[in-house]
Design a protein around this ligand. Structure first.
Ligand SMILES: Cc1ncc(COP(=O)(O)O)c(C=O)c1O
Length: 421
């Protein structure tokens, strides 16, 4: 393919993704030097946003908790793979769903901290949670415990089994805000009863961004013979952890939230002996090859778009290049700023605990008596993208500017003081 043809192809693929062609074809410059970060951190992060993302200046985005933003290198990797595969300039079928993608899994597993053979590629956490819930042998009367803060993607899979197979789902109420990780662990572990077979809970809750004491809970559950399932949709990319160190039996993730993956990338992890116990539920050849395929049995789901996993790899490399520790520090520094601003608002009820071990990049609060309708309307008008719900749930990532946070609080103050038009 000559350069002209390649650019034409890039423009076409960019159009497929709804990108302006010129930007879709724009290469990301190298990352700013780390000396900039040491000298002037705000300048460094400002350049990361401006140079590494496609986000226009006018967009304020505070909702990674729902879906993250792919940096340029990720979009480029997708477009590049689409181009090469459409031209059949690849030597394998340009798909996943029948392939084990060992090289991809190896690199991703190294980053998320587990063995490649214990990791399967999925479309998202919802799919991985359903695979786990539907894959376990449970009988009528067996109890599954979850919290009252689960996302439907992590709870409906169990509720359907309750309706269909007669298992018993019990919700445990989390104290909001909790006083300590120990308190949370105690609430969940003390709920385990004689019929409890599974404890299924979010590693970071969707509602308030609470970072759960996963290891503590999983160790205690295992000592009581209870299977642990972690809905980790928010974990990878938001906090640096090694999956194998969490002590859970199964884990589901949506790296398109915090790990820069394009929409439609997910992960399913299981401890080796626990994967052996799991039935496959989207089924094609390979479902019974436990020994040979290990976790890859769960990614045999039929023909799928491989370009997104090329993008996922690019996202992992992007984060690694900046440094997971630096990324976490920045996300959390901004979130702490959100916490501090929220805390001083009149009539505020903080839902995120002040204890910094218990939140990372999500801060959640309510304001008593405040009509949220004009808040969301003004956010739309000012191009502030926030999660519209019955409370504020603010997510910060490395592309978030301190001024983005200020803009949201300006809106809140204006509505609170009755200055809104
Ligand atoms: C805790 C949790 N689990 C699962 C999901 C579902 O994620 P996905 O739509 O990527 O499957 C979400 C989405 O917000 C979530 O917050």
């Amino acid at each position: 393919m000559n350069r002209r043809e390649a650019l034409k192809g890039a423009a076409y693929a960019a159009a497929l993704f709804g990108l302006p062609p010129a930007r879709g074809a724009t290469a990301a410059p190298p990352l700013p030097d780390k000396s900039v970060l040491e000298r002037d951190p705000e300048a460094y992060w400002g350049r990361i946003r401006k140079e590494q993302f496609l986000l226009p200046d006018w967009r304020t985005f505070l909702n990674n908790g729902s879906l993250g933003v792919a940096p340029k290198v990720v979009v480029e990797a997708i477009v590049d793979y689409l181009n090469r595969s459409a031209a059949l300039m690849v030597e394998e079928y340009p798909r996943w769903g029948y392939e084990t993608l060992d090289e991809h899994r190896k690199e991703i597993a190294e980053f998320v901290g587990c063995r490649p053979e214990d990791l399967a590629l999925t479309h998202n956490a919802t799919e991985a949670m359903s695979t786990i819930a539907n894959g376990l042998d449970l009988k009528a009367g067996d109890e599954v415990i979850m919290t009252d803060h689960e996302h439907p993607g992590g709870s409906c899979c169990w509720l359907q089994r309750q309706a269909r197979h007669g298992i018993q789902v019990r919700q445990v109420k989390l104290p909001i805000p909790p006083s300590s990780p120990e308190q949370i662990a105690d609430v969940l572990v003390s709920a385990i009863g004689p019929r409890t077979r599974v404890l299924s809970f979010s590693g970071i809750t969707t509602t308030t961004g609470l970072v759960m004491p996963v290891r503590q809970i999983c160790d205690a559950a295992r000592s009581k013979g209870v299977i642990t399932v972690i809905d980790g949709a928010h974990i990878n990319g938001q906090i640096p952890v090694r999956l194998a160190d969490l002590g859970c039996d199964y884990f589901a993730s949506s790296p398109h939230k915090w790990l820069f993956a394009p929409a439609g990338c997910g992960l399913l992890y299981g401890r080796e002996e626990m994967l052996d116990r799991l039935w496959v539920n989207v089924v094609t050849s390979g479902w019974d090859k436990k020994e040979e395929l290990k976790a890859a049995r769960f990614q045999m789901v039929g023909t799928n778009n491989r370009a997104i996993f090329e993008g996922f790899l690019a996202g992992v490399r992007f984060l690694k290049q900046i440094g997971p520790g630096r990324v976490y520090d920045r996300i959390h520094q901004l979130a702490r700023g959100v916490y501090e601003k929220a805390r001083t608002l009149p009539n505020v009820e903080m839902l995120t605990p002040a204890d910094e071990r218990m939140y990372a990049g999500i801060v959640s609060f309510r304001i008593k008596g405040l009509d949220l309708k004009p808040v969301w309307a003004m956010c739309k008008q000012r191009r502030i993208w926030a999660l519209e719900s019955d409370k504020f749930r603010v997510s910060t990532h490395i592309h978030t500017r301190p001024s983005d946070v200020d803009m949201l609080f300006e809106v809140i103050r204006e509505v609170q003081s009755g200055k809104a038009a």
